[in-house]
Design a protein around this ligand. Structure first.
Ligand SMILES: Cc1ncc(COP(=O)(O)O)c(C=O)c1O
Length: 443
């Protein structure tokens, strides 16, 4: 008979991330409160964040990561910026929420309107989804039309009418991309290919008089990083004007991220006088707190309740702590030289990664604007969603995990953009490029 092993088992160093994920999965669907956090595309255990500072966060096992997600865009100043912290702490002591107007909401609205010339009025809400959904309702109410245009690969939040993919042709409208969205709800949504001029022309020729708005991510960050070409954007503007449809820029991601005036200011450099009719914003304007906004011309915005017939409301809209956070963030990023430095750092990262990949003979290309960037394991920058999705996804997943092991946190899906903050240092960029170079050399 074998002697019983009396030696205590060597304690395994159990991962707290794994343990937390197991606990979370018992109560929260998929263990996460927003799907892409689950690492479903890349496999593995999500990192549970314990704390963050500057360009870094630490996971539940105490491991440090250079953070290129920054809460999916809001943390343009990095985590825990002293001026933002001070503003939030002061506001929290004054009160969390009143359900009555505050001076700070007025200040934030003034600041947004001052920085984005196309906006004459704004309404503050709590999420990008809410802002985009409300903007569509307002566009429909203001024009008295039902149909909307969106583009494949652009994400505008999870309102029912926007969870839609292309139908079988331009004469037919979209199909829902989520269970629970009845086909009737998306019957007015026309989904076009991004950057496809002929399709755009045809859609307006067929449906122009019924189109309330065209909503677009001007630099699409939900298919990694794809710019609408200047001729395409110019034509979007012309066709909307010609047919009386509203051009709605979804700048939830790009607003105050790619430039102080948003992506619209980037297009205005190439298209003189360029302006959208309405803009949807989120992420950076809340500085990491639940805050978003939509705005446009006075004539359109005055259609909103309580002035006009288009209903829109929110218990926590213009929340005093969130507005303090957003206002402090906007004041920092409006300082001279902010975007020059941020853009330079982001370009140095993309250039470094490209060089490292080229040296190893790995197909790679990237692009950036301000503090937003993307890259593809492809020889050429894609122009639309279908091409983005030709990326070798197992190769991307290997890249993702190699970077994660090296302490670099990049988006866990190949169709997501990434972000550099003003807290990222040249040394952070160098560490990131070195980690990528090791991966490419071994690939
Ligand atoms: C361009 C764009 N629009 C809308 C949204 C929805 O914003 P939220 O997640 O705050 O609802 C997102 C979210 O990532 C986005 O990237």
């Amino acid at each position: 008979m074998e002697q019983p092993n009396t030696k205590p088992a060597t304690p395994q160093t159990a991962s707290r991330n794994d343990a937390l994920f197991e606990r979370a999965k018992k109560l929260i669907p998929g263990g996460v409160n927003s799907p892409v956090r689950a690492f479903k595309a890349v496999g593995g255990t999500p990192r549970f964040v314990q704390r963050a500072q500057g360009a870094y966060f630490w996971d539940a096992d105490g491991k440090r990561y250079i953070d290129y997600i920054g809460s999916w865009g809001p943390m343009i100043l990095g985590h825990g910026h002293p001026a933002v912290l001070e503003a939030v702490q002061k506001a929290a002591l004054e009160g969390f929420s009143y359900g009555a107007p505050t001076e700070r909401e007025v200040e934030l609205a003034e600041e947004i309107v001052r920085l984005v010339p196309s906006l004459e009025m704004v309404r503050l809400v709590s999420s990008g989804t809410e802002a985009a959904m409300s903007a569509i309702r307002l566009a429909r109410g203001a024009t008295g039309r039902s149909k909307i245009i969106k583009f494949e690969g652009c994400y505008h939040g999870h309102a029912d009418a926007l969870l839609v993919k292309a139908g079988s042709g331009l004469a037919t409208f979209g199909n829902p991309t989520s269970a629970g969205v009845p086909p009737e709800v998306v019957q007015h949504t026309l989904v076009l290919e991004y950057n496809h001029l002929a399709q755009l022309e045809e859609a307006f020729a067929l449906h122009g008089k019924d189109i309330a708005c065209l909503m677009i991510e001007p630099i699409a960050g939900n298919m990694n990083f794809v710019r609408a070409s200047v001729p395409f954007m110019k034509r979007c503007r012309e066709l909307c004007t010609q047919h009386g449809a509203l051009l709605v820029f979804d700048e939830v991601m790009t607003g105050f991220r790619v430039a102080l005036g948003g992506a619209q200011s980037v297009y205005a450099r190439s298209i003189p006088g360029f302006k959208p009719d309405m803009t949807v914003m989120g992420k950076v304007i809340g500085g990491g707190m639940p805050l978003a906004a939509f705005g446009g011309t006075r004539a359109v915005m005055e259609q909103l309740a309580p002035l006009g017939p288009v209903y829109q409301a929110g218990t926590l809209s213009g929340n005093p702590v969130a507005t303090a956070c957003g206002l402090a963030t906007l004041r920092e990023i409006a300082k001279p030289g902010f975007y020059e430095a941020l853009g330079e750092r982001t370009r140095s990262l993309v250039a470094g990664l490209t060089q490292a990949a080229n040296k190893a003979g790995v197909p790679f290309c990237g692009d950036s604007e301000g503090g937003m960037f993307g890259f593809f394991l492809l020889g050429q920058l894609p122009q639309n969603y279908a091409t983005v999705m030709t990326t070798d996804s197992p190769a991307f997943n290997r890249f993702f995990h190699a970077m994660l092991d090296s302490g670099v946190y990049y988006a866990p899906a190949l169709y997501e953009a990434a972000f550099v903050s003003s807290a990222h240092t040249a040394a952070d960029i160098e560490t990131t490029v070195d980690a990528a170079a090791k991966f490419f050399a071994a690939a």
